[in-house]
Design a protein around this ligand. Structure first.
Ligand SMILES: [Zn+2]
Length: 518
């Protein structure tokens, strides 16, 4: 370029607006937990460029946020969005204020994160995405669904895969110790694999071995992994899932606090509902689910092993404090969608069987042989849900996934986790303050998962921002009618780009892959 031409261009550049976007008159809830303050926010090149009284500033676009709050976009550290390529805009999350998703939880992730990340980057995604690397995934890669401890050689192989995943950008290592095949592991195996992730600063996120009678032991195990591997510990979807001991969250939270006082960095996350959601297989003893579908069918069909399965299932349901499977509701059952939304007890009657536990177990085993089902379980008590929410180190996280409207009867948490906290637990029940709720959706999870450039309204950080009137946030999704989007988030900005404007989604794809920085 000639010198003359360059000089000609300079005045044009100088006349450009100060900011790409200017948000005026906002009540800024910055994510730290501090009370809101009034300010203007200038956004430039995807970042928060200035906060203050920007009276004479110019911008390509100005949004007047008077009488509304501006908060950081929500960071949902517990999701299962391995199928994000199918619904890459993740509408249900964006409309609930979520601008960053962490997938790969409960021990289940993509086996090759580099391939997945590259494909999503090519395709374009709505919110930002990070992933953990899953224990069940790596164990299945190396050992299949074998019901035995790993050999030293297999540990080395798994460690190498964990390290590769970390170098590909995983933010940590997750376990799902009630699921196949992770449930067949011992603590030493998890510690050994955790060490491979710890070398690269990863967090340890655990769906613990037990969330009921043995929850304290399970917390001990997770903390042992954190201590021995040298990792921060995130206890996923913290709850008391056993009706017999509803109310015991005082003890489980006290144990978490005891470990924090001893210097272990352990925190928890929660979705604000009294129903959980997972597969139907968890109602069976884990030994019955080893070695893949054919082996499972064989055990169910052989009278001897079927007898043992039934005996164990009766013990399991009685340990949980239930007399029938009325607490177990089918969410998705592909072979017969008329079952969706019905309890196992109801389906059992539909099949013309007597209302006995034995008959209901037969019904469950039929469904398992037919390929299994995704379920919703009434497993928690209100007292525990509120107490866990009041605990200051509880982050808000959905444990949900991307949803196609009208498909199945999913848990409403995928649509409305954050709005339910804001509408029900902040506005209606006054359980926590608005500023504190925002902190648990933003800076708290950012801290634990190492997102240093997100989760607060601060100069220099990524401009993931929400503009809304807290009085107008409504969680619409319910158990009988889950496919309803949250209302009330007027603007959702991801990396400085509005993807929700006046409550409506547009077709931009501003999300980035958030690879951990080593
Ligand atoms: Zn889980």
């Amino acid at each position: 370029m000639s010198r003359l031409l360059l000089l000609c261009l300079l005045p044009v550049a100088a006349r450009a607006a100060d900011y790409d976007l200017l948000i005026r008159n906002a009540r800024v809830i910055d994510g730290s937990g501090n009370p809101w303050y009034l300010a203007d926010i200038g956004v430039k090149s995807g970042k928060i460029a200035a906060i203050g009284k920007l009276i004479s500033a110019t911008a390509d676009r100005t949004i007047d946020a008077a009488n509304r709050v501006v908060t950081p976009g929500f960071i949902d550290v517990h999701t299962h969005v391995e199928d994000l390529e199918k619904l890459p805009r993740a509408d249900n999350y964006l409309l609930d204020g979520v601008t960053s998703l962490v997938s790969g939880n409960c021990g289940g992730s993509k086996a090759d994160l580099s391939v997945w990340f590259a494909a999503l980057e090519k395709q374009g995604i709505g919110p930002n995405l990070a992933s953990l690397y899953g224990h069940n995934t790596v164990r299945r890669e190396v050992m299949g669904d074998a019901n035995r401890p790993a050999t030293p050689d297999e540990i080395v192989k798994m460690q190498a895969l964990v390290e590769k995943a970390m170098l590909d950008g995983a933010v940590g290592f997750s376990t799902g110790l009630i699921y196949i095949p992770g449930t067949y592991s011992n603590t030493e195996e998890v510690v050994a694999l955790g060490k491979a992730a710890a070398k690269h600063g990863g967090v340890y996120a655990s769906h613990m071995r037990d969330e009921g009678t043995n929850v304290l032991k399970a917390i001990d195990e997770a903390v042992t992994v954190g201590k021995e591997a040298g990792m921060r510990v995130q206890l996923s979807h913290f709850k008391i899932d056993n009706k017999r001991i509803w109310g015991a969250s005082d003890k489980s939270l006290a144990l978490v606090e005891k470990y924090r006082k001893e210097g272990v960095d352990v925190v928890v996350d929660q979705y604000p509902y009294d129903h959980s959601s997972t597969n139907l297989g968890i109602t069976l003893p884990s030994w019955a689910l080893a070695d893949g579908a054919a082996a499972i069918r064989e055990r169910i069909n052989s009278p001897e092993s079927r007898g043992r399965i039934v005996k164990d299932m009766k013990q399991m349901i009685s340990d949980k404090g239930w007399k029938s499977y009325e607490y177990a509701i089918v969410a998705t059952f592909k072979p017969d969608t008329t079952y969706e939304g019905k309890t196992i007890s109801e389906i059992n009657l539909m099949k013309g069987r007597p209302a006995t536990v034995d008959a209901e177990i037969d019904t469950i085993l039929d469904l398992i042989v037919a390929g299994g089902a995704q379920m919703v379980y009434h497993s928690m008590g209100d007292e525990d849900v509120e107490r866990i929410l009041r605990y200051p180190n509880t982050a808000i996280a959905s444990d949900g996934g991307v949803q196609q409207p009208g498909v199945g009867m999913p848990h409403p948490r995928s649509y409305a986790t954050n709005s339910r906290v804001l509408a029900e637990f902040v506005r209606r029940r006054n359980v926590i303050t608005l500023e504190d709720a925002i902190r648990r959706m933003t800076s708290l999870p950012a801290r634990t998962f190492g997102f240093r450039d997100r989760g607060q309204v601060r100069e220099g950080l990524a401009a993931d921002l929400l503009i809304f009137d807290p009085a107008k946030i409504e969680d619409k999704a319910t158990f009988p009618k889950p496919h309803q989007y949250t209302e009330g988030f007027d603007f959702v900005l991801v990396n400085g780009m509005p993807i929700v404007e006046d409550g409506k989604l547009n077709d931009t794809r501003p999300g980035k892959i958030l690879r951990s920085i080593h």
